[in-house]
Design a protein around this ligand. Structure first.
Ligand code: S3P
Length: 427
């Protein structure tokens, strides 16, 4: 395994910015609700800020009350208005897919939704097909199943869907369409994807009946009132510093106020099974979500097999988990993760290409990759492919290994983790 170049002489205590998934949802739910809401802990990253900007074009007012704090004033879902311009969600799959669902169920809305070059390459048929089956008028303008998408809102019909993909974005797009159109939805998935949308509906007093661990029935009425949304720190962002803290030497690191939703904590399970010592302290609940503090001790890691059922709960953390694999005995393997090819970049090819540049002998599969124990890496230029998590993962590798890695474009980090590099300098 690679040698660590990093040793912490004193205990560090840090926080990470607000959860990206919940920040997007706080905009959508405060827009659906009528009246005033307050948001705190909002991620001031490009992705959720784009979603906020799009909803302000639909008639919702967001007033900044300071860092991560907003006062929201919504006319209510029936009084949202068509935007004058194309709605641009930038780099955010969550922003465009969830918003497309919400807008598709509002008959007064006519809109075009799009994003940057990375987002315009990502598959949208996965939401368009079931939305059309609910009666939605949504189509890809170029006919290739990708954004830009033209949406003419409609009154949709009750729907029952068994998703072939364990995706919270698909699940949430259909649920938000149901909320807009005041219809019921019976939804089932193959593995549990993150359930922040369900938690938020329960928190708002909605009628969501869990039929089995992977199936629920959501039924009207959905007359939500404005409320106070408190957003925890993002575990996906924390995972970069968790891996740094585990693979370094010396004193432990504490990360406070992190979201620990059970459908997201696969990264902790996997790292603990790899030999990582991570403790949870001060567990609490806020806005229907579990939160806690993490204490991370430098640890000796080793290779494990990661089973398919865990993949949805680690899907965003696989790039940084791979970096932990470089510091592990016997190397690293990830399979059953074909969904990685549909992220901000094709994360299987992006990781394989960059690791090979470093001299790591990686075998690529359709659904993952693997490498044996790595003794050393060479300096190289890293291609981020417009993907924040690729940029941050290799920045952590550069820090831990001391090897000079030139990352082609680090600006993507601002989509999810503004302040990432300032924080890294503190270690
Ligand atoms: C998200 C769901 C996941 C995740 C993404 C955020 C969400 O995507 O990768 O970063 O907030 O619902 P999929 O639903 O496509 O797996």
């Amino acid at each position: 395994m690679l040698n660590t170049n990093t040793s912490f002489s004193k205990k560090q205590q840090i926080t990470v910015p607000g959860d990206k998934s919940i920040s997007h949802r706080s905009v959508l739910f405060s827009s659906l609700a009528q009246g005033k809401s307050e948001i705190s802990g909002f991620l001031e990253g490009e992705d959720p800020k784009n979603t906020m900007k799009c909803f302000s074009e639909l008639g919702v007012r967001f007033e900044s009350l300071g860092q991560g704090r907003y006062l929201v004033q919504s006319p209510g879902k029936h009084r949202l208005v068509s935007p004058r311009d194309v709605l641009d969600f930038g780099n955010a799959g969550t922003g465009i897919r969830l918003s497309a669902g919400l807008l598709a169920g509002l008959p007064q809305i006519s809109a075009i939704v799009t994003g940057d070059a990375s987002l315009r390459k990502r598959p949208m048929a996965r939401i368009m097909d079931p939305l059309q089956a609910m009666g939605a008028d949504i189509r890809s303008i170029s006919g290739d199943g990708k954004a830009p998408l033209q949406i003419q809102g409609k009154q949709l019909s009750n729907y029952s869907y068994k998703s072939p993909i364990a995706s919270a974005q698909i699940k949430s797009a259909l649920v938000l369409a149901a909320l807009s159109s005041d219809i019921s939805i019976d939804y089932e998935e193959s593995e549990l994807s993150r359930d922040h949308t369900e938690n938020m509906i329960r928190f708002l007093g909605g009628n969501l009946e869990q039929i089995s661990p992977l199936r629920f029935l959501l039924s009207p009425p959905y007359e939500f009132e404005g409320t106070s949304f408190v957003i925890p720190g993002d575990l996906s962002s924390a995972s970069f510093y968790i891996v740094l803290a585990l693979c370094a030497k010396g004193e432990p690191t504490i990360i406070t106020g992190v979201g620990l939703n059970p459908s997201r904590i696969g990264i902790l399970t996997v790292l603990q099974r790899m030999g990582g010592k991570i403790e949870i302290s001060n567990p609490r609940r806020e806005c229907g979500e579990e939160i806690g503090d993490l204490v991370i001790y430098p640890s000796k890691l080793h290779r494990i097999e990661i089973e398919e059922a865990l993949i949805p709960s680690i899907i965003d953390e696989i790039p940084i988990l791979t970096i932990a694999g470089l510091f592990s005995e016997n190397g690293f393997s990830i399979r059953h993760a074909k969904e990685l090819r549909a992220k901000e970049s094709d994360r299987i090819s992006a990781m394989v290409l960059n690791l090979r540049k470093l001299g790591v002998a990686v075998t690529e599969f359709d659904d993952g990759y693997e490498f044996d124990e790595t003794k050393e890496i060479q300096s190289a230029q890293i291609d981020t492919f417009m993907d924040h998590r690729i940029a941050m993962s290799f920045s952590i590798l550069a820090k831990l290994s001391g090897v000079d890695l030139k990352i082609d474009d680090v600006s993507w980090v601002d989509t999810s983790f503004p302040g990432f590099f300032e924080l890294l300098k503190k270690f």
